[in-house]
Write a protein that binds this ligand. Structure first.
Ligand code: FAD
Ligand code: SIN
Length: 498
């Protein structure tokens, strides 16, 4: 029996905690707010699962094609192949997915999927239902849950992770530490992500000396309301279209797949057209009709009505916003990282599944698959992930230095400006200088601890974006518009001085 500390209570952390508990390990689950806070409960579109055997191959192919040359096919096989079991486990816990009249699972379509394979719940409330089922199961288990417990750092002794240090200085010892801290959307001024998405786990891993990669690959979602509320891709999958200020359905001029082209293509096209016309692009769902919109997308429908908008009668303005971090702590699908005893799962991990552009609805799937696989890795003992062929040596990241007083709002605005839709060397260089001038906040409370993490992550992300001198998937360099096949390698970063 191992002592396991899981940090984070989204789909990945809750799944890992439950699985470890079921297999007889002693589990503590730390989460910095309440159990259901995080991206998981906000997920709308659903979970991509290949329910028919032969579809696994097509799901892998779609994942690889969307990822713009950076997907690790081994990871894609493992995650797509693990989908049916992971879904069955959620159903077993009582997650109620939507079904057709014959009782089979209803499946929707999202961008860059070649077939309808998105399983959903409550129409557009998939994440809320998954979180409800997992939280209820954790509450009913023997997992020791500690809410409002902010994990500050991984404790490393003799080259391996041996516990977690909390903000108040308490050390929670562990045979295995599982980071499941989610994304880092709060790095950018426009995001769909909740306030807890401050990249804490990635910053902790960097400070602990574990490898992180692909931080420059930040996925934008193309259809976000001005207040940051997401309008699911499933709405376009159901037939909604994007129009410019003249009412023109401009995406067909950009890509024959139109509104269902890969997410990076649609996000860029939306941003460019809005910029050219000086007016927002709109999502036109009027053809779907009031009844279908309310029944299939009740959460979005209710939110729009609260804003006084009736999307069955009028198109609604949308804009791209930061949505998903493809980069993170370098990890295998089983969560193993470069530091023995430390595992990373879910959005904070970089398994290579998503490459340079995540296929829609592959992240709930990844969290559910990894949460289970990580427990098997823990039982195999604290071994480090073997380095992947072709990877370069880790580069240093500056975690201290600077004298100017830090402000989060300024950081977020700066990061959106230089990392948002298009990047250039002069803008990134200016940003790097500004980031270096800020003194890392002393972590005295949750807000300042998050700020310190955001600053570390911003420095590493800007550096990674400078070093990828090509355009690929979510990473678009106006000064390097072509894809350079020689850069189809992950960029690995490391803590200062290592
Ligand atoms: P999260 O669910 O974000 O959970 C992270 C947890 O870590 C939280 O509990 C947080 O409080 C905790 N935490 C963070 N830092 C600390 C710390 N220092 N100490 C202690 N605890 C900490 N993906 C899909 O596949 N399908 C979708 O339909 C979909 N829709 C989405 C819609 C929205 C609006 C958003 C924002 C994302 C969506 N995604 C979707 C992406 C997906 O929801 C996330 O990638 C996924 O839920 C991440 O799960 P996770 O368990 O890794 O992290
Ligand atoms: C959406 O519903 O559009 C989000 C799906 C995802 O991010 O995977």
């Amino acid at each position: 029996m191992s002592t396991v500390v899981v940090v984070g209570s989204g789909v990945a952390g809750l799944t890992a905690a439950l699985e470890a508990d079921a297999r007889g390990h002693r589990v503590t689950l730390l989460t910095k707010a309440s159990l259901a806070d995080g991206s998981t409960a906000r997920a709308q579109g659903g979970v991509a699962v290949a329910l028919d055997g032969p579809d696994v191959r097509r799901h892998v192919d779609d994942t690889v094609a969307a990822g713009a040359g950076l997907v690790d096919p081994t990871a894609a096989h493992a995650v797509c192949g693990g989908g049916p079991d992971a879904l069955a486990a959620l159903v077993c816990l009582g997650a109620g997915f939507d079904r057709t009249s014959d009782g089979s699972l209803a499946r929707g379509l999202e961008a860059a999927h070649s077939v309808e394979r998105i399983v959903h719940a409550g129409g557009d409330a998939t994440g809320a239902e998954i979180a409800r089922a997992l939280v209820a199961a954790v509450r009913a288990s023997t997992v020791m849950v500690r809410e409002d417990a902010f994990a500050l750092d991984v404790v490393v002794e003799h080259g391996r992770a041996t516990g977690v240090r909390l903000l108040d200085g308490e050390v929670v010892p562990a045979d295995a530490v599982v980071l499941a801290t989610g994304g880092s959307g709060q790095l950018l001024g426009r995001t769909t992500n909740p306030s807890v998405a401050t990249g804490d786990g990635v910053a902790m891993a960097l400070r602990a000396g574990a490898h992180v990669a692909d931080l420059e690959l930040v996925q934008l979602h193309p259809t976000v309301l001005p207040d940051g509320f997401l309008v699911s891709e499933a709405v376009r999958g159901a037939g909604a279209v994007l129009r410019d200020a003249s009412g023109h359905r401009f995406l067909l001029d950009v890509d024959p797949r139109g509104e269902l082209a890969p997410r990076d293509v649609v996000a860029r096209a939306v941003a460019r057209r809005a910029h050219e016309q000086g007016r927002p692009v709109v999502l036109d769902a009027t053809a779907l009709g009031a009844e279908q919109l309310a029944a299939r997308f009740p959460t979005i429908d209710a939110h729009l009505r609260e804003l006084g908008l009736d999307w069955s009668r009028q198109p609604v303005p949308v804009t791209p916003a930061a949505h998903y971090a493809m980069g993170g702590v370098v990890a295998g699908v089983d969560g193993r990282t470069s530091l023995p005893g430390l595992l990373a799962i879910g959005e904070c991990a970089c398994t290579g599944l998503h490459g340079a552009n995540r296929l829609a609805s592959n992240s709930l799937l990844e969290g559910a698959v990894q949460g289970r696989a990580a427990v098997r890795a823990i039982e195999d003992g604290p071994r480090a992930l073997a380095p992947r062929p072709g990877w370069g040596a880790p580069e240093p990241v500056t975690v201290d230095g600077g004298t100017d007083a830090f402000t989060r709002a300024e950081l977020q605005s700066l990061m959106w400006d230089v990392l948002g839709v298009e990047r250039t060397e002069p803008a990134l260089t200016r940003a790097a200088a500004r980031l270096a001038a800020w003194a890392p906040p002393a972590p005295t409370d949750p807000k300042s601890a998050e700020d310190a993490n955001l600053l570390v992550l911003a420095r590493a992300t800007v550096e990674a974006a400078r070093r990828r001198t090509e355009s690929r998937g979510a990473h678009q360099r106006a000064d390097h518009p072509r894809t350079d096949p020689s850069q189809a390698l992950h960029r690995v970063l490391h803590r200062e001085g290592a």
